[in-house]
Design a protein. Structure first.
Length: 166
């Protein structure tokens, strides 16, 4: 079995838009394994809120027990994207990779804040394992916020942009 770059891109795109968590494919001269952890963003946010409350309660309890002993290494607050307006839709990363706003250095970005986008329009590129994956809009909308800097690593499910659907 042989896979060219186009076949591999289509395969990765299909897997990234599905509920498949583990995938393995082996040919004569290659072996492809994809493992990912699908997370419900609402569940993550709820867990972070409850975990933060528990951490603060634990720290406050420790402080009251050890009033004269300073606590070292208090946990930092996790860095979350600011909560969006209810009329906006988040565009999240379908994979781990590096976020690029343009097709190549020096070229114009795919989208800017204030641009109207259409279904199927390329809005950014995510580079994963030396493959450039074009991320396309799933709806007609206006770009309201771009939350990631060009060339920045992103995580699966991280909010890349916020849009107002039209």
């Amino acid at each position: 079995m042989k896979l060219d770059h186009e076949d591999l891109n289509r395969l990765i795109e299909k897997i990234s838009t599905s509920d498949i968590q583990e995938f393995s494919l082996e040919g004569e001269d290659f072996k492809l394994e994809i493992k990912r952890n699908l997370i419900d963003q609402n569940q993550v946010n709820n867990n972070l809120v409850s975990n933060n409350s528990l951490e603060r309660q634990t720290i406050n309890t420790q402080k009251s027990i050890n009033d004269n002993v300073p606590i070292v290494n208090e946990p930092e607050e996790p860095q979350l994207a600011p909560l969006g307006r209810s009329d906006l839709t988040d565009i999240t990363s379908p994979m781990v990779g590096t976020f690029y706003r343009a097709a190549a250095p020096g070229e114009d970005p795919f989208v800017e804040v204030g641009n109207n986008i259409k279904v199927g329009q390329t809005i950014c590129i995510l580079e994963a394992m030396k493959l450039m994956n074009e991320i396309e809009s799933e709806f007609n909308a206006e770009i309201v916020e771009i939350l990631v800097e060009n060339g920045t690593p992103v995580e699966f499910g991280q909010v890349l942009m916020r849009v107002k659907q039209s």
